[in-house]
Design a protein around this ligand. Sequence first.
Ligand code: PAF
Length: 293
Amino acid sequence: MEHRVFDDPQVVQQKMIAVRKQGKLIGVVPTMGALHEGHLSLVQQAKRDADFVVVTIFVNPTQFAPHEDFDKYPRTLKQDLEQLRELEVDLIFTPANESMYPPGYDTFVEVVESAKRFEGVSRPAHYRGVATVVLKLLNITMADMAFFGQKDYQQCCVIKKMTADLNLPVRITVCPTVREPDGLAMSSRNRYLSPEERTQALVLSRSLTLAQELVDDGMTDTDRICRMMREKIETSPLAQIDYIAIADPVTLEELATISARPQSQTTGNSTRAVVLLAVRFGATRLIDNTLLF
Ligand code: PAF
């Protein structure tokens, strides 16, 4: 195994205690591997902000329901390590399932309200698994800061809520979604799409752009905006909409109207709402979102 790659949680924690003693700020990028430009942008941000950068690669079984794609989730460790070597990441943590969840494992973290809606409806236990593994990864790596992509907007909200509610001394940084030149949000699951599905999936980013245009034109009724987005997405015969929702960017409570003056402190004064969607193309379920200003 390469000298910077470790799979034993205890070994990593001991190393990280030593890194901390040197006074270095530790930045962690948790991933499930199958790395793409979106992940690499998180690593680059971590390198700018932290003194010591850790990337974790772990396809976390507890965030997949039995019928979901855990077994077929892309695992591309060799290529992932090559990409991370080029970025000169300080440490890579690639634990096995048994070391993260040994026999008798019995503790889970549940963020209640913000995990219930949207993704939580289709994937009821998903964020319980995410919150649990992220807390474990933060503890093992002794992170001062952790980096997540806005592409998984609700996940970012759940993780921020968990760190606030549990008083974790970790700063959560949300980095912008990285898109293909044609607008498709980068995702490890894009590789499941057939060429036809891939083409039709462009309606997602186009419908998000439409939402901002409608808001720019003065539309504030979220039902109307969602309806027009739905019509745009339905121009793709392969698209099966799971949800389209417009919500408060911090609490994720659904909004009936988009107000002129946002209350949000976290996402800055000009953010008025977030629009989130999940749409299936064949067997592949894609999510995307954008902040509305
Ligand atoms: O976003 C992901 O890749 C995963 O949900 C995460 C945060 C690494 C937890 O397994």
